[in-house]
Design a protein around this ligand. Structure first.
Ligand code: ADP
Ligand code: ZN
Ligand code: ZN
Length: 740
């Protein structure tokens, strides 16, 4: 055997869904097989045959000594699924977010691949002979077989494969004559393909938009355009800026990715991109079927489209010459994946843009503290838009003190101020949005005799009463039970329902205003496919005057008829035991307030709160981002929270409470070998101390320097005898967005 004939080696990342390995494996490649990184292969592992992704090639000299390597059984893809750029990104992602190579690489593949989802083939017919020959045959057929002649005519005119339609018999006869043949053509399952869009033209930019676009164009000509924060108040025309920036990028022959939070990826949002760029736009989000997603992914990979609008994972869209990534509403926590690999799409976008020499646009009315801090420090560019389009004013915000409302005898969900403004808006035939970030009817059930709240048996949370379905439900695990007549603890019959949710808001609204039609938008009303679209469509068409909902109504909606936004309770998240509670509250209030007064008629906002003096509520009421930023930064600085430090959270969870606690304590001790005591928080039970029958403990560690922090954590983890067992497992969350 000559050196050349000796089998090469491939480095394989096994599918993490079936083999949870923390490393890649080497296999031998027999000389007959050809493979490049990015292709999937079938390989043996023990007695199993598993799918793996080739992430690297190696020469035979790199074979581990003393180990008999096994052979690759077969190559599964005709061409690589991931190119060198995305494979590099996977290696980076694994290091950056404490994931395995396999987790990082496989998260980039279209879901459904494992279930064997592939292209959908459609039978079509085409000419099997040159046009002249078909023409010649026509004369003969016209006399003998009129139908066949007609069909042949049609094919000559079409110039491309056509579906059989009603002409199956004629086509088969023509095929027997050798004149036509059937071919398999890939059909596109396009979820929005058959909808007609009215084309829109770029709007002449406002002065502020023009300034932002000039900065964008200047950067697009640089080899490394870097990141640019577009900080613009709600309705200042950020989306129009993205659209015009994309047009510039397409003109340069490059491609663009637009990330939008899943919840804001409404048909309305998609329409804004499709009506400007038509067929150039692919859409990726989790409500698509696996087949639809696969087809969108193929359209991107084959270069049939140049723009992707999508949720978090669209950051991995397989474009070959990326010129722009937009992260809209960059502060949204949904950009962080809450399961392994726990990546943050904004961070990944930054790396991918750097790698591709692309511009990164981060857009928000309420930038994350991390982002704004980076802009202040000069780590990224900043353009600011302070005005709404057409000089529309930002809506005045009226704060209502709910304690006083109660003291003066008003027990309704609606304060007198909110009732008054609702009455006026409804009389003027305008529209209103009512926001409450809790769904259901009553958010907890309490025994008045002993104080017991009814909790989920699987989770450390109280159950929500749903009036429509007349049962109690757990919003974490889905557990259901009938509302108790007697207290399970003391037997008392004094069971009471407290804490209004969106169902109750709708019910009380309909009692107060019997003639008014209200729609509700929350997880419960949007379970059916298409219902989300239906509700928003009906509201846009004016079929209802009020839209009641959770944060689904707070994000991105652009309804010019809405002149009143009512925040039923501003405090739902303010007291969460998470250092970002104030930031979240400020962001959410600002976002939902931004839905009011976007059309010609001026808008108004009423915010009901038990904490009218809280700085987050105050700053949101006066549309004062700077003021909020300064106050919040002062607090973060004092305690040493991000963005003035970096965090890694280690979460132990599992069905065995003692094992979970023990694992968290071990992790804490291991961390103590590498970090000072004041840098370690915990170990403690997590605020949500039990979810889906799994107990949860956590220990967090902070550091000034991100790389040193990750390095220390990695070394600490190596001290642990075991990170995972059936009783408890430890997960690593780098840059956590939630500490609950
Ligand atoms: P944002 O994304 O900042 O909330 P949008 O891009 O949605 O703002 O703009 C708000 C509204 O103003 C939209 O209806 C949009 O079509 C319109 N708009 C944006 N830019 C212009 C412009 N230059 N001229 C006229 N209308 C504009
Ligand atoms: Zn009781
Ligand atoms: Zn539960």
């Amino acid at each position: 055997m000559t050196e050349r004939d000796r089998p090469g080696l491939v480095e394989v990342a096994l599918d993490p869904a079936v083999a949870d390995l923390d490393r890649t494996l080497h296999y031998r490649l027999s000389p007959g097989l050809k493979v490049v990184p990015g292709q999937r292969v079938l390989v043996p592992l023990g007695s199993r045959r598993l799918e793996g992704l080739v992430v690297g090639l190696a020469g035979p000299e790199q074979a581990p000594v003393g180990i008999q390597l096994k052979d690759v059984l077969s190559v599964l893809d005709p061409e690589p699924l991931l190119g060198p750029g995305l494979l590099d990104l996977a290696a980076w992602l694994a290091e950056r977010f404490g994931a395995t190579r396999a987790e990082a690489a496989w998260v980039m593949l279209p879901p459904g691949l494992r279930q064997g989802v592939g292209p959908k083939l459609q039978q079509r017919w085409e000419l099997a002979v040159p046009d002249a020959e078909a023409q010649a045959a026509l004369g003969l057929l016209e006399r003998r077989a009129r139908r066949q002649a007609e069909v042949l005519h049609l094919l000559l005119d079409a110039g491309e494969p056509v579906p059989a339609g009603e002409s199956g018999a004629a086509l088969r006869a023509l095929a027997e004559r050798g004149l036509v043949r059937s071919v398999q053509v890939e059909a596109r399952r396009d979820p929005a393909g058959r909808r007609a869009y009215t084309p829109t033209q770029p709007q002449p930019p406002t002065e502020e938009q023009a300034r932002a676009l000039a900065e964008i164009r200047r950067r697009l000509d640089l080899p490394q355009p870097g990141p640019l924060l577009v900080h613009g108040v709600t309705g200042s025309g950020k989306t129009e800026i993205y659209l015009q920036a994309i047009a510039d990028v397409l003109e340069r022959g490059r491609q663009a990715i637009v990330l939008v939070p899943e919840i804001a990826l409404t048909p309305q949002m998609i329409e804004r991109f499709r009506s400007r760029f038509g067929e150039e736009v692919a859409v990726l989000h989790s409500r698509l079927s696996d087949g639809e997603r696969f087809d969108q992914w193929r359209a991107i990979k084959s270069g049939r489209v140049s723009i992707v609008v999508g949720a978090r994972s669209a950051v991995f869209a397989p474009f070959s010459d990326l010129g722009l990534i937009v992260v809209d509403e960059e502060h949204e926590t949904s950009y962080k994946q809450q399961e392994s690999p726990r990546y943050h799409a904004r961070t990944v976008a930054m790396q991918r843009a750097r790698q591709a020499g692309a511009l990164l646009l981060l857009g928000s009315a309420t930038p994350a503290l991390e982002t704004y801090h980076a802009a202040r420090e000069g780590a990224m560019g900043l353009v600011t838009l302070t005005q709404r389009i057409d000089d529309r004013p930002l809506p005045p915000v009226e704060l209502v003190d709910l304690r006083q409302e109660l003291a003066e005898g008003n027990r309704s969900i609606f304060s007198r101020a909110l009732q008054k403004h609702l009455t006026e808006v409804l009389q003027r035939r305008e529209q209103a949005i009512l926001f409450l970030n809790r769904r259901g009817y009553s958010t907890f059930v309490l025994c008045r005799s002993c104080g017991l709240t009814i909790k989920c048996p699987n989770c450390d949370v109280s159950l929500t009463y749903h009036a429509g379905a007349t049962h109690l439900t757990c919003h974490y695990c889905g557990h259901r039970s009938a509302p108790p007549r007697r207290c399970p603890d003391c037997g008392s019959e004094k069971i009471r329902f407290f804490g209004a949710g969106t169902e109750k808001v709708q019910a009380e609204l309909e009692t107060l205003f019997p003639d008014v039609r209200a729609l509700r938008l929350d997880v419960d009303t949007t379970r059916r496919k298409g219902s989300h679209e239906q509700i928003l469509g009906d509201f846009a068409a004016g079929k209802a005057q009020v839209l009641v909902g959770t944060q689904m109504v707070a994000k991105g909606l652009d309804f010019p008829g809405v002149t009143l936004v009512g925040v039923v309770a501003a405090d739902t998240a303010l007291n969460f035991p998470d250092f970002r509670a104030a930031e979240r509250t400020f962001q959410l209030l600002t976002q939902v307030a931004g839905r009011s007064g976007r059309g010609r008629a001026p808008g108004r906002v009423v915010v009901q709160t038990y904490n009218p003096g809280h700085y987050a509520v105050q700053a949101a009421a006066s549309h004062d981002y700077q003021g909020f930023f300064d106050q919040e930064m002062a607090i973060r600085r004092e305690v040493g929270y991000p963005p003035l430090s970096r965090l890694v959270n280690l979460l132990a969870s599992g069905p065995d409470e003692q094992a979970v606690e023990a694992l968290a304590r071990q992790a804490g001790l291991a961390l103590a070998q590498f970090f000072a005591p004041e840098s370690i928080w915990g170990p403690n039970p997590a605020p949500l101390s039990k979810l889906k029958s799994n107990y949860r403990w956590q220990v967090a560690v902070r550091g000034q320097e991100a790389q040193a922090l990750r390095q220390g954590v990695r070394q600490a983890l190596q001290l642990l005898p075991r990170r995972s067992s059936t009783e408890a497992r430890l997960t690593v969350d780098v840059d956590p967005v939630s500490m609950l």
